[in-house]
Design a protein around this ligand. Structure first.
Ligand SMILES: NC(=O)c1ccc[n+]([C@@H]2O[C@H](COP(=O)([O-])OP(=O)(O)OC[C@H]3O[C@@H](n4cnc5c(N)ncnc54)[C@H](O)[C@@H]3O)[C@@H](O)[C@H]2O)c1
Length: 291
């Protein structure tokens, strides 16, 4: 099946990014949220982000106008009845996602494909809660979606080759590079990345290095574009802690235990950039280490 029309459920951070790249790629897009004001906020973000691409010369005025003209907003899932592929990017909550699929599936075309952008929930388990496990797949985009090239494609136990191929082609048309990841907690990128960030926080807590020395060490010694403590602040320390808990619970392996200092920062409400304070204080022009 060749995908021409895409539905996106949830117009938050990820959903509006997915709608953005889909519309620029020429797909017709329906973007939904629980309230029309939220969907409209998603569209405003898309307009602002496309405006930035326009200023940088990455897209033309006519690309932007055409792409925005391909996006339709809704709060009614019946609007997805003609979509070839629906990508769910709603809040990370398993029962909420299952409720969405229960309402959505009877409204879809029989051959429509369904994808979830979940970061941590089993694709096989989500697929089993739908009427189409063979046409269900994980499509894990990265934030910010218009800038990040990667999509992890996660096949559930029942996902067919035809589904994987159609979704790989759709991702390619969006300008993304896809990699195949197993249906295992945190897939590939977060599985490797999050324990590294957690380890940097262990090192800080054990006074192996200062915030600046740990970040500079990994930037200059491992050629990382951003130090691990800066990156942890960007990801959000609460999100990082949640990922470590998911991996620890799912595997029972103590190598995933969260660093005590990470737990303390989250208890303090020091969640990183979004709360203005994490391993750095973001209240001034230049971030200042908090330890
Ligand atoms: N934030 C990230 O960096 C990131 C990266 C990759 C994947 N993800 C995953 O993407 C998904 C969305 O995350 P986000 O960061 O965009 O969250 P977000 O909170 O920014 O957006 C979620 C949106 O879903 C909407 N929503 C909730 N219930 C809905 C429903 N029944 N129908 C339609 N919309 C509904 C909310 O109103 C909200 O606008 C999650 O599964 C998350 O794990 C997030």
């Amino acid at each position: 099946m060749s995908v021409q029309s895409i539905g996106v459920i949830g117009s938050g951070l990820m959903g509006n990014g997915i709608a953005h790249v889909s519309a620029l790629a020429g797909f017709s897009v329906i973007l939904s949220d629980v309230a029309i004001e939220r969907a409209e906020k998603g569209l405003t973000n898309i307009k602002n982000n496309m405006g930035r691409q326009l200023t940088k010369g990455l897209i033309s005025e006519s690309d932007m106008t055409a792409a925005l003209g391909r996006i339709q907003l809704t709060t009614d899932m019946a609007a997805f009845s003609q979509s070839d592929l629906v990508i769910e990017a709603a809040t990370e909550n398993e029962s909420l996602k299952k409720e969405i699929f229960a309402k959505l599936c009877p409204l879809l075309k029989a051959d429509a494909l369904l994808a979830s952008n979940t970061s941590s929930i089993s694709i096989t388990r989500l697929a089993a809660a739908t009427d189409r496990p063979s046409r269900f797949i994980g499509m894990h985009f990265f934030n910010p979606v218009p800038l990040m090239k990667l999509v992890e494609l996660i096949r559930g136990l029942a996902t067919t080759d035809a589904t994987a191929q159609a979704v790989t082609e759709a991702a390619k048309r969006m300008g993304k590079v896809s990699i195949a990841a197993g249906d295992s907690p945190s897939f590939i990128v977060n599985r490797v990345l999050c324990p590294m960030l957690n380890e940097a926080i262990f090192a800080l807590g054990e006074n192996v290095g200062s915030v600046e020395d740990i970040d500079n060490g990994m930037k200059l010694g491992a050629n990382h574009p951003m130090g691990p403590l800066t990156l942890a602040d960007f990801v959000g320390l609460d999100t990082l802690l949640a990922v470590m808990h998911v991996m620890q619970t799912a595997t029972g392996d103590c190598k995933y235990r969260p660093a005590p200092l990470l737990v303390k920062y989250v208890e303090a409400g020091w969640l990183g950039k979004k709360s203005g304070r994490g391993f750095y204080d973001y209240s001034g022009n230049i971030p200042v280490p908090t330890r």
